[in-house]
Design a protein. Structure first.
Length: 110
């Protein structure tokens, strides 16, 4: 059975409402084709998320932790507009904490 999915694009923004509308079309198993015509069952599906999107990871200030680990990481510095290295202790902190400079840049830099 062929299944078709079309999805309207959703734009995400910090603290914005998220609404994603989708339509799924699937021919029912009992459909008989007649020439070039085929009956299709269309199911409109709308998903709404009542929660607000969290603040972007990149907007958070570096939050040091007090643990004793020594894990090289990267954070986005909003003042300079660059990703900088820091040593993560292994606990606490926040989401502005990336395992590689490339991941930080891909997430935070335009």
């Amino acid at each position: 059975m062929d299944t078709y999915l079309s999805r309207a694009p959703a734009k995400l923004a910090p603290k914005a409402d998220l609404s994603l509308s989708s339509r799924v079309e699937a021919p029912p198993s009992s459909v008989r084709e007649s020439g070039n015509e085929a009956l299709r069952l269309t199911l409109p599906l709308t998903l709404h998320n009542d929660e607000k999107c969290p603040v972007l990871d990149c907007d958070q200030l570096l939050k040091p932790d007090s643990c004793k680990g020594y894990i090289p990481r990267y954070y986005y510095d909003k003042e300079t507009g660059t990703c900088k290295s820091f040593i993560y202790g292994g606990c606490g902190g926040n989401e502005n904490n990336f395992t590689t400079k490339e991941k930080c840049e891909a997430m935070c830099m335009p």
